[in-house]
Every structure is written in structure tokens, then in C-alpha cells.
Write a protein that binds this ligand. Sequence first.
Ligand code: SAM
Length: 190
Amino acid sequence: MSRQLQFDEIGGWSELKLEILKKYAAAYSTILSAQTKASLFHVYIYAFAGAGKHLSRATQEFVPGSPLNALAVQPQFREFHLIDIAPDKIENLRELIGPRKDVFIYQGDCNEILLKYVFPCVRYDREPGTSTRLVVYNWIKNQNGVAYVRDSRGNQARVGTREHANGVKFVQTYADRVWTDNLLAQSECR
Ligand SMILES: C[S@@+](CC[C@H](N)C(=O)[O-])C[C@H]1O[C@@H](n2cnc3c(N)ncnc32)[C@H](O)[C@@H]1O
């Protein structure tokens, strides 16, 4: 599908904006990485991520979009949360970036995705040693991780990985081959 994708053609102002954002992100990441409070970390959230690259009106060559520029920033952001409403753009973005544990790509309306999936997992009070839902998803899905939740009576339920139709990844418990909502009873998104 991505071969039929019409890439956005961008003018000089947009190319300049991409350059400014790239430099700003590098400065921001340098400053945030230097802070000494171990529980703080910085993530890159882009609600209008686009297809990952654009066509320069001036040169007719592809130029990387903001998400690709951000991925190249050193020192690195801890996580990247990239959202776009257009399925074909998201598909292209996924292809360009490839599988990365620190990149989470969502297709849908950012007004919903930010509130429902992104903000709860990037809270400032996330403690060191805890993992977001998406990190756990990747650990189970791609690294053969095995996770259980156990209630006060010692009953155990295995945690599995699932995907919404819109591509959002999440984890859910299942017991006796039935998906259940034990995790929703937990106090935090970890
Ligand atoms: C100009 S492009 C973004 C390019 C990007 N800013 C860059 O610098 O590379 C704007 C994108 O916003 C997306 N978009 C528009 N409304 C949206 C919404 N409500 N939620 C998520 N994405 C949306 C469009 O599909 C489009 O890909």
C-alpha cells in the first residue's frame, strides 16, 4: 500500500521548520540527559507524525520528517510515541522505522490516543524499575517474556499480548483460555 502513498510535498518554510526542530530536539535531549534525578527520563511524543518522509518542492528529493530526525538525535530520547490518523502513512512509518523496542506507533485520532494510551504510560512519577504496558508487550511478544498476575488468594493468571484493530498494542490476562481484565484492577499502568 505504501507504494501508492502520496507523500506530502513541502516548501522551504517546512524544510526550515524541520531543521529548527532537529536542533531544538538535540539541545533539549542533551539538557534532559544531563539531569541527575534517576527517576526522570524524557520521551518524544509526536501526535501528527506523518509518513516519515516528505518530498521537497525545491529538489523533488525525499527529506526525512520530524520523527526520523528525532530518532537520530543523540543523546537519545528514552521512548518515541508516534501517532497519525492516516493508515497508509502509519504503514509507511512502520516500514521506515522497522522493529524497535523504544518506538511505539499508533494509528488513530491523536485526541483519543494521547489520553487513552500515551499519557498514562509516560507519567512523571513512573518509578525506576517499572515498565510501561508497551515495554511489557514487547518483552512478552518479542523476547519470550513470561508474566503473571497473582491475587491475594494466590490465584494466578498469565499475561498475554493483544492488538486493537487500530494497531494499538496492549497486554491482558487470560485464565482458563478466556481473556479477562485482571490488569485493570491494578493501580497503575506498569
Ligand atoms: C503535515 S503532516 C505531519 C508531518 C510532520 N509534522 C513532520 O514534521 O514530519 C500532518 C499529519 O497529521 C495527520 N493528522 C491530521 N489530523 C490528525 C489527528 N486528529 N490525529 C492524528 N493525526 C492527524 C495527517 O494524517 C498528516 O499525516
